[in-house]
Ligand binder design. Structure first.
Ligand code: ADP
Ligand code: MG
Length: 708
């Protein structure tokens, strides 16, 4: 027989053949022996335990839930009763403790022919009680003496399949048989050890070949746990090594401007004009950025900080360092409104310093645009703020040294990569995001980036009070809104937007708006309405009216989600709050609590809530901490659904689970760090196998990997 290796197509595996191989490829994307080996069971049935008929009969009446059991014994008195749908095969099953009936409705004729009275069987199935008598329907039967492929007496792997595969007889048991035949033909040589011996020793990992054998056919639960740990560790470790090597590469190869000087703008601003003292978290982040800007390498830093944590001033200080060294800086925001708010806020902070700041968005046109473009080209404009209009070809900077990108998930990766050619060396890049993500995800998704975290709010903030209210309490809610408005405050009321049915949502919004306008009649109350179907100019107009306090209530879909700052708004009402995800609820809540007054968030829901919805609402009521909320979000939805991770080239893990394997990920990260610190190019003999494995995987540094 020709020898088999992991690259061998499944067609050549014993018992598979061309047709089944085609089915396995089509239905499960399994093409080679390697694929099959990595097609791990999704659960196991413990068939190491045998019970007796007597115990089954006793337990049937006392246990709350009947589970699959396994017994050894003989059958007798097979006979067929009933007609049509009721036609069934009945056999008496006995061991030396008692007897019970086995019943089959399907495949009767074949079973009657093949089951033998003088053969000892292992019977596996779930007992049931019918008319007060204990029996078992459709048990699996296996001769106890069978020798070639046996699942009884073992922990049995269960593989997922499709209906189509099952209809062709390719069920979990058959897949198990394929895997067994594959493993029997493999040896340690096919699955050589690639982890350094010291790591295996330190973390007490079992061997690689053994782990693969065991994950398919464990002989005990303890052994299975060891196999899982070994394979998860390896998967996460390899991933971390790759990420860290990308980072290494970036650090060693991408030169950056050095910003040494601080005297013209930074120091005067920091010591004399900044209206507050930085929080400790902001100071720490500034040190991290300062270090980057002195390193001679291009900075590529992700700044995470909850809404209101004060990222803007960090951005400004970073830009001032560029200015001090004769460079220009720019700040990109995802929308017009946000750009306007940034320029207003930054101009205010810089009002006593002679710094030229300009705004460039899609709506800046004609002569004004021409002037700005000239100022940017001759260097007289030092800080340019705007939307993605900033990165168009026509915008030519004299000497761009630093780019800040606010709310990164709104900018596509390609858009960002355009920044690459804006100067002789790539400008330093600081990407800011208000979406906290759990540490595990940070490590797994942004492991190749430098990450700074502001995990502290400026002092004196009053935490937003969040409550859950039902439809029946609406009158109360409106009464509360009126009190707040009477005190001079403003209110947001948000309706959900679900993209598949925008029409319906608009109807929902409009119906809600009518009810609100009835409850809050003109001229005493003024209401703004904002939704995604409006023209940008109309949106800005309404937003501006609200900002100028010409309206009391802003009724909106989630278009206002990102970053808008209305310090006088103190109430955020979220309608149908059960329809929002946690990240979105948290973002929306962050629109209030920005001024001196106590702010409130009211989550309106139906009476009936799913368990997940209830958990989301109670989490919002319990905490304002974005990182805690992100953790719960990940527990509820899984890592792939977390805002801010979706477009970042998320790794797909075959066996590791970021929701539950954080401790293993930490070990893997630590180990990868230590190894690359000690041996950056993996040149020592101990790392030879690892290096060989990595290069065989032909992993590439993606072009855009350079820009976060
Ligand atoms: P975000 O991180 O959401 O962008 P901002 O930068 O808009 O937050 O800051 C929110 C508010 O907090 C702003 O009004 C800002 O002036 C203020 N702020 C920022 N840092 C501090 C600080 N260290 N002390 C007091 N107030 C601060
Ligand atoms: Mg902001």
């Amino acid at each position: 027989m020709a020898s088999l290796n992991l690259q061998t197509p499944l067609t050549f595996l014993k018992g598979v053949g061309e047709q089944r191989a085609a089915m396995l490829l089509k239905e499960l994307e399994l093409e080679t022996c390697y694929d099959l080996l990595h097609f791990f069971p999704f659960r196991y049935i413990d068939r190491t335990d045998f019970t007796t008929v007597k115990a089954v009969k006793q337990n049937a009446f006392t246990l709350a839930e009947l589970r699959e059991v396994q017994m050894k014994g003989f059958i007798s008195k097979m006979h067929i009763v009933g007609a049509k749908q009721g036609r069934r095969l009945i056999a008496t099953f006995s061991d030396n403790t008692d007897t019970m009936e086995l019943v089959w409705f399907n495949g009767i004729n074949w079973l009657q022919k093949s089951l033998k009275e003088d053969v000892q069987y292992i019977v596996y199935g779930k007992p049931s009680i019918y008319n007060g008598v204990v029996n078992m329907m459709h048990p699996e039967m296996e001769p106890a003496a069978q020798s070639d492929f046996q699942l009884s007496g073992k922990i049995q792997p269960i593989y997922s399949g499709t209906e189509k595969l099952k209809s062709r007889g390719i069920n979990s048991k058959m897949i198990a048989r394929f895997v067994q035949s594959l493993i029997a033909q493999l040896s340690e040589l096919d699955l050589p050890e690639q982890l350094p011996a010291s790591v295996i020793q330190k973390y007490k990992l079992i061997g690689r070949f053994e782990a693969y054998k065991c994950i398919h056919f464990p002989d005990s639960d303890a052994h299975l746990q060891h196999a899982l740990r070994r394979l998860k560790f390896e998967e996460l470790f390899i991933d971390q090594i790759k990420l860290l090597r990308v980072k290494q590469y970036r650090h060693s190869s991408s030169m950056g401007f050095i910003f040494k000087e601080l005297d013209t703008y930074f120091n005067p601003f920091y010591t004399a004009h900044m209206p507050f003292e930085l929080t400790n978290a902001q100071k720490r982040v500034m040190k991290e950025i300062r270090k980057d800007l002195l390193s001679g390498r291009q900075m590529n830093r992700l700044l995470q900080g909850d809404v209101g944590s004060g990222k803007t001033v960090v951005a400004l200080l970073t830009m001032l360092m560029a200015l001090d060294n004769g460079f220009q800086a720019c700040l990109m925001a995802p929308t017009e409104i946000l750009s306007q708010q940034h320029i207003a806020g930054i101009s205010e902070l810089l009002k006593d310093l002679p710094i030229q700041v300009a705004l460039l968005t899609g709506s800046v046109k004609g002569k004004q645009r021409k002037l700005i473009l000239e100022g940017v080209a001759d260097g007289s404009i030092q800080i340019l703020i705007g939307t993605h209009a900033l990165i168009e070809e026509t915008v030519q900077f004299k000497n761009l040294g630093c780019v800040v990108i606010d709310e990164q998930h709104r900018f596509g990766v390609e858009q960002r990569s355009k920044l690459w050619n804006k100067n002789s060396l790539t400008p330093h890049i600081l990407v800011m995001t208000a979406t906290p993500i759990p540490r595990t995800l940070s490590m797994a998704y942004y492991g190749d980036l430098d990450v700074s975290i502001i995990d502290e709010l400026p002092p004196g903030r009053k935490p937003i009070k969040t409550v859950h209210r039902k439809e029946s309490e609406r009158l109360h809610v409106f009464g509360f809104l009126k009190e707040q408005i009477a005190e001079g405050r403003q209110v947001f009321i948000i309706y959900p937007l679900i993209e598949e049915s925008e029409k319906l949502d608009l109807k929902n919004l409009m119906a809600g708006a009518e009810a609100i306008e009835r409850a809050f009649p003109k001229p005493q109350y003024q209401v703004s309405i904002l939704h995604g179907k409006m023209k940008p100019a109309d949106k800005d107009f309404e937003m501006q009216r609200f900002l100028n306090k010409q309206t009391h209530i802003m009724i909106s879909t989630t278009v206002i989600e990102v970053g808008v700052n209305v310090p006088n708004a103190t109430v955020m009402v979220i309608e149908n709050a059960e329809r929002f995800g946690l990240a979105q609820l948290h973002q929306l809540r962050g629109r209030v609590g920005r001024g001196a007054h106590q702010s409130f968030c009211l989550l309106m829901t139906d009476v009936k809530l799913s368990n997940d919805a209830r958990k989301r609402i109670s989490t919002m009521v319990e905490t304002n901490d974005g990182f805690k909320i992100a953790e719960v979000d990940m527990q509820l939805r899984g890592p792939g659904e977390i805002e801010g991770t979706r477009q970042s080239g998320a790794p797909q893990f075959k066996i590791a689970n970021l929701q539950t394997d954080e401790p293993i990920l930490r070990e893997a990260r630590l180990t990868a760090d230590e190894i690359l610190d000690a041996d950056p190019n993996l040149n020592t003999p101990e790392h030879a196998a690892l290096k060989k494995f990595l290069s065989a995987q032909s992993w590439k540094i993606k072009q855009w990997g350079k820009v976060s």
